[in-house]
Design a protein around this ligand. Structure first.
Ligand code: MN
Length: 290
């Protein structure tokens, strides 16, 4: 057995989320999945939506299809109702998450339940390997009380959606890309070290305050602020330190798939021919029956 040498992850790139609009006119901030950063394998898109103005969210995301990947919704405030063509209905509540494996096809709507108040959450798109792109659709719905929470002595909180943090596993299971999805809320100037799989690609998106990433004794210490996404190098240890105010961020890590990506709107396949097939299947009403 050879001893593993710890290698600190460092920030390779910082992307500032850009304000855009999607669905029927929902205002959101896109970091990953934009022209500035099309993909970080296996992650395809990351949006943050945050507004207490109903005009920014009330139109929601009426019926639309997906094929070939997974959509993950995680709510910090507000409620979203999900309905699909199979008759599945559910509400994703504040603090809860939904991991939807679209596989060969889902046609669904994602609509706000409230008519006022704060709506705040994230949608992440995770790619599927080719052999799973046409599998039957499935869901993992995680109620807020089933999100694993780790309360650190410092007062900081780690909420684990998927993967393992501090020895605690998240509720989402059986995903081929072995994802880590954690919401970390560090109190003022708290420090945390987090192990990372050496082969995985990792991202940090800051939604509150700011975070310093990298070895504190190293010159490659970078500051990532609210509304920014950091693309990290590969490594085995992630060293994080909150700024002078409380900090909240999403840490993502996943096993790269390493396959070609053909992408058109809500379809993510390997080839253009498969995209054409997805469009035809959707238009002919066979998307989910293929
Ligand atoms: Mn959707």
């Amino acid at each position: 057995m050879s001893k593993t040498i710890q290698k600190n992850l460092v920030v390779e790139k910082i992307i500032t989320a850009q304000k855009t609009s999607d669905g029927a006119g929902v205002s959101l901030y896109r970091s990953l999945g934009s022209h500035q950063l099309p993909t970080v394998d296996p992650f395809l898109m990351l949006d943050e939506f945050k507004s207490d103005n109903p005009n920014d969210y009330i139109a929601g995301f009426p019926n639309h299809p997906h094929r070939g990947f997974e959509t993950v919704t995680y709510m910090l405030a507000g409620k979203v109702e999900h309905k699909d063509h199979k008759g599945n209905v559910g509400i994703i509540k504040s603090g809860g998450a939904q991991w939807m494996t679209a596989g060969r096809g889902i046609i669904h709507s994602e609509m706000p339940v409230q008519e006022d108040g704060l709506m705040w959450g994230f949608q992440l798109w995770v790619n599927l390997p080719s052999y799973q792109k046409m599998k039957e659709a499935s869901y993992q719905n995680i109620e807020p009380e089933h999100v694993s929470e780790i309360h650190l002595e410092s007062g900081s909180l780690i909420r684990v959606i998927a993967g393992k943090s501090m020895g605690i596993e998240g509720a989402v299971k059986g995903i081929d890309t072995d994802p880590l999805f954690v919401d970390m809320r560090l109190v003022t100037e708290d420090s945390v070290s987090h192990p990372i799989e050496q082969t995985h690609n990792s991202l940090v998106y800051v939604y509150r305050g700011l975070i310093h990433i990298g070895d504190p004794d190293d010159s490659r210490l970078e500051t990532v602020k609210q509304g920014q996404l950091a693309v990290l190098s590969k490594g085995t240890n992630l060293s994080l330190k909150a700024g002078k105010e409380d900090t909240g961020f999403i840490l993502l890590s996943g096993k790269p798939i390493g396959e070609p990506i053909a992408k058109y709107g809500p379809f993510v396949m390997n080839t253009e021919a498969e995209i054409q097939q997805a469009i035809e299947d959707y238009q002919s009403g066979n998307l989910a029956n293929a």
